[in-house]
Structures are given as structure tokens and as C-alpha cells.
Design a protein around this ligand. Structure first.
Ligand SMILES: Cc1cc2nc3c(=O)[nH]c(=O)nc-3n(C[C@H](O)[C@H](O)[C@H](O)COP(=O)(O)O)c2cc1C
Length: 309
């Protein structure tokens, strides 16, 4: 199947970048399974490590695999951006997805080698800015997403973005099975951005207790709070309880200082989205993609068999 700007994909899905959890193992497994594989460059602690990750990804993948994707923080406070961009220019990820800032700082570098720039957006204000910056695609983060989340319905968001933008629409937020992928495509998206479904995979770097918590959790077992990072994000309630955070702690909008002390955000407070109930065991990324593919085909068959006057 060819989709999303001509990439050979088995399924229109990107294994979304996840802080601390996505490393080269997950990216390569996703691409080998025929979907896109993304990682945040900040997951590599040093630039040398990032260099090694990019070298092993480019050595391992071939043109028949899905595209690998570097996720870059473009906020002005991110001191490493220029160095990360130097490595991007060297290793040429087919797609770069920007987060927490304007896509503008990466445009020239990525376009110069023929790569695509997608911007991560959570509302129409950011989507309009990204369209003005002439990005090739947008990752539209909708309600239900794990980690930093949006609050728009994916259906409303896709339609509104399609009105102003001709490029690739990737949509994320609570989509964790193949039926959801088919639904997103039917609604006008080109591809799905899926994070939570990959937390409890063999290739994920999540703590084993985090993976178990994801397996045990259902859709209701989440709390959206701005008090951890300063931005609304979706967390596993069991992890906020284990960390000793009260409802009052979670109700605020000003982040507490989690940089020191026993409890560290992301390390001890664990993010997940509304698709969390779809995970019942730890599997390889390849097996998860096999399952998604089966579900996707049966959803397409169900849609194809429907007939109305
Ligand atoms: C544990 C976790 C960590 C995440 N870390 C990042 C990150 O570092 N950068 C980023 O752009 N998005 C991050 N996200 C968001 C995902 O890239 C993606 O938008 C989201 O997972 C999609 O929704 P879903 O989790 O419902 O599939 C994270 C999500 C999760 C669950």
C-alpha cells in the first residue's frame, strides 16, 4: 500500500514519539513492520548518543521499510536544537516532526535534502500558523491523546484542518486499534499518530511496572492535569496515586517542581491516553502492527459491506 506522500506503508500509522520510551529499537521495529517510526531526539542523552542512534537506524533500514522520523523540540529554550539539526542534515530522516514550537527553524535544513516537515498542533490557531509556515503535514493531537493532549474531537479537528490545508493530515488521540485507524482515514486523515498502544511493547523502554500498569488500566483510569508539566497532559491515575499526588495537587495549572526529590515527572508519573484499554499483554511492535492490520482490514470490509439508500 502506498500512502502519505508515496511512502510504502503497510498501514497508515506512525508509532508516535514518546519521551523516555522511544529509542532506535522501537523506531526500527516499527519501520520494519511497515509503519512510520518516530522518536524524540531528546531521548538520546548526548549528541554522541543521538549520532549513534541515527547511524544504526540508517544502517538497518532499507527503502522498502516505513519512514523513520525525528521529533525535534523547536522551542527557543531548547539549547541543543542547532546540534540536533546538524545531525538531521547528516542522516536525513525522511520526515521531521516539530513539537513545542514553530516549525520554521527546521524548514530550510529539512527541505534542502528533500525531507518533509510535519508540525505537531493541538488547536486551529497552531494549525493556521503551521499552514502559513508551509509545512508538508500536521500531526493533529486531539482529545484522548497520551502525554500532552488536545481537547478537540479528532473528527472536528480533521475537517477544520482540511478546510485550510492541502498537505498530509496525521491525527492522534485515543486511537489504538485498526478500526480507529479506518475511522480516522474515513474522516479524512492520511495517517494516525499512535503512542499509547506501543507503551507496553517489547521494544519500548518503559519500566516493566509502567507496562503492567498500562495492561491493567482501562479508559477511565486516567487523569488530565496541567499541574505536572504546566500543559494539559493525560496520566495514569494509578501512577499519580503511587507518587502521592492528591486531587488538589492535580487540580492546579502551575507545575510543581518535580525536577528534584523522590518523584520525577515522566520517570515516576506515567503518561497514557484513552486507548489504554486496548493493551492486554506485552507484545513485539511487529505483533501489535499485525493485529492493527487485521482489525483495519475487517473495518474496511465492514464499511464496504454497508449500503444505504
Ligand atoms: C508516554 C508518552 C510520552 C510522550 N512523549 C512525547 C514527546 O516526547 N514528544 C511528543 O511530541 N509527543 C509525545 N507524546 C505524544 C505522542 O507523540 C502522541 O501525540 C500521542 O501518544 C498520541 O495519542 P495516543 O497516546 O492516544 O496514541 C507522548 C505520549 C506518551 C503516551
Amino acid at each position: 500500500m502506498t500512502g502519505m506522500h508515496g511512502f510504502a506503508l503497510r498501514l497508515p500509522v506512525i508509532c508516535a514519539p514518546m519521551f523516555r520510551l522511544s529509542g532506535p529499537e522501537m523506531v526500527m521495529a516499527a519501520c520494519k513492520a511497515g509503519i512510520g517510526g518516530a522518536f524524540p531526539c531528546t531521548n538520546a542523552r548526548t549528541l554522541d548518543e543521538l549520532d549513534q542512534w541515527m547511524a544504526s537506524i540508517t544502517d538497518t533500514l532499507s527503502p522498502v521499510d516505513g519512514p523513520w522520523i525525528a521529533n525535534l523540540i523547536t522551542h527557543s529554550t531548547h539549547a541543543r536544537l542547532a546540534d540536533e539539526l546538524r545531525l538531521v542534515a547528516q542522516y536525513k530522516p525522511p520526515i521531521v516532526i516539530t513539537a513545542l514550537g514553530s516549525p520554521k527553524p527546521v524548514m530550510e535544513t529539512v527541505k534542502s535534502y528533500g525531507g518533509l516537515v510535519f508540525a505537531d498542533v493541538v488547536n486551529m490557531r497552531l494549525a493556521k500558523k503551521a499552514a502559513d509556515a508551509e509545512v508538508d503535514g500536521m500531526a493533529c493531537i486531539s482529545a484522548g491523546a497520551g502525554g500532552h493532549t488536545g481537547n478537540l474531537s479528532p473528527f472536528a479537528f480533521i475537517s477544520a484542518v482540511r478546510e485550510i490545508f492541502k498537505g498530509v493530515i496525521v491525527v492522534g488521540g485515543g486511537i489504538a486499534d485498526g478500526a480507529g485507524v479506518a475511522g480516522a482515514v474515513a474522516a479524512g486523515a492520511d495517517c494516525v499518530y499512535m503512542g499509547t498502544r506501543f507503551i507496553a511493547t517489547e521494544e519500548s523502554r518503559a519500566d516493566p511496572r509502567y507496562k503492567s500498569m498500562v495492561i491493567d488500566a482501562q479508559t477511565d483510569d486516567l487523569v488530565v492535569s496541567s499541574a505536572i508539566t504546566g500543559t494539559p497532559a493525560s496520566w495514569l491515575k494509578a501512577s499519580t496515586e503511587e507518587a502521592g499526588l492528591s486531587d488538589e495537587d492535580l487540580a492546579g495549572t502551575v507545575p510543581r517542581d518535580y525536577s528534584s526529590g523522590d518523584v520525577k515527572k515522566w520517570r515516576d508519573i506515567w503518561a497514557a491516553g484513552q486507548g489504554v484499554g486496548q493493551t492486554s499483554e506485552i507484545e513485539s511492535v511487529a505483533k501489535v502492527v499485525d493485529g492493527l492490520h487485521r482489525e483495519y482490514l475487517s473495518a474496511l470490509a465492514r464499511l464496504g459491506a454497508l449500503s444505504f439508500k
